[in-house]
Design a protein around this ligand. Sequence first.
Ligand SMILES: CC(C)(COP(=O)(O)OP(=O)(O)O)[C@@H](O)C(=O)NCCC(N)=O
Length: 460
Amino acid sequence: VHNSMEEILRKTVAPLPSYEMRDKPPPPPESNSLEFMHFYKSLEKEQKLDFLEKLSHDFGVDHRWASDLAAKLLDTQGRDVATILQVEDRLRYSLTPRYRQLLTHISKVQGGVKFLVDLRADLIEFASSKISDSPHMRDLNSTLKSLLSEWFSVGLLRLERITWQSPCEILQKISQYEAVHPVRNWTDIKCRVGPYRRCYAFTHASMPGEPLVVLHVALTEDIANNIQGIVREFSTLDADEDVNKINAAIFYSISSTQAGLQGVELGNYLIKRVVRELQSEFPHMAQFSSLSPIPGFSLWLQGALGQHKKEGRTIELLSEQEWREVEDVTGAAPGAPALEALRRLISTSEWIRSDRLVRTLEPALMRLCTWYLYGEKRRGYALNPVANFHLQNGATMWRLNWQADTSPRGIANSCGIMVNYRYFLQETSTNSAAYLQNKVIKASEQVLGLVSQFQKNSKL
Ligand SMILES: CC(C)(COP(=O)(O)OP(=O)(O)O)[C@@H](O)C(=O)NCCC(N)=O
């Protein structure tokens, strides 16, 4: 296979035309692209890795050529600006990886864009599983990502509303792709596209019938604080919508379907596009918010409890009073490890069945969950991926909701707590810039209050 890999690459990855010929390259036979695609699809996963490493390493930038031109550019400093621009343009051209043309040619053949989206999904998989982190592969990934970002820019995407009248194959795909609140049966999906609901997707002409990212919206009187009322409510199945009952749009699920389009920010664009769509349908609508899960909170809490036990700093997580109440309710003998009792309760979700425990734990868990969302960071950004996504979009961390998701999954993942990331339309661009550049999280009074309560506790 190896020599045929070399053969295929030499044959299908045409050399970069000379600078003079750069705008008039003879188009290679379409068969080159088709042969490349066919060959790649025929490879096993590990052969694909090998093939892409060869492609990225041997058919990338001609480093020698680029460095010669960089030296030449240094020599022209002080010359007239026209000469400098000329040499800069030559240098810019010399930094074009040889394989870039192949990618643009492939995008022009039938199914070529989808092929490249899936190829990037392979690159992302290889990079994330640390199988290969060669700089050449990173270069190939970023070249491909920048091409995909151009081809999938908002202006070229089509907004589709999915309704009960949409083709079965689309409804079936929407059901399959739903990653946040799984669709169990036809009644479920009928509810999600029925009255007081909207379901939108972006599609692209190069991938017909394929929803690229899907957003589910609930139309409510005010900002929802509970998910069961949205995904388990069937009373509205055949009702007509009463506009007077619609003041808010709740984004309760969003999923991108193409791994290869990661980083192209389709979800952010879809939310903003849907807001505009809803404003034109409901001109009086002024409240736009997510109702988001908090995946990872329970795990983080277990870790924090374990950590504090080791360092004997349990007081920071619960106040004296709260620990005493936990001891009372769990029957843990005074001084005995109430912390162990609490850890077991959290990991088995048993506490949810005892009203007394629910009441006892509410202030502590709400405070800890707020700190997990607002205070826990990764490289300065919110540790929780859903928080990071909405904060990048410029949303405000607006309200935590107790007992918002009482499903077993909701209790196990985040002790039943959910959060509203609110989109104040005039503020999103400012908030987004502040977050991305200075890692500042825009939060409401409720959130900041809970954060300062947590911080007071940990200063004890
Ligand atoms: C949340 C999503 C839709 C964001 O996608 P997108 O806007 O394209 O961001 P990115 O992948 O371009 O960084 C995506 O990360 C996703 O599908 N996540 C899994 C489901 C979820 N909602 O957490």
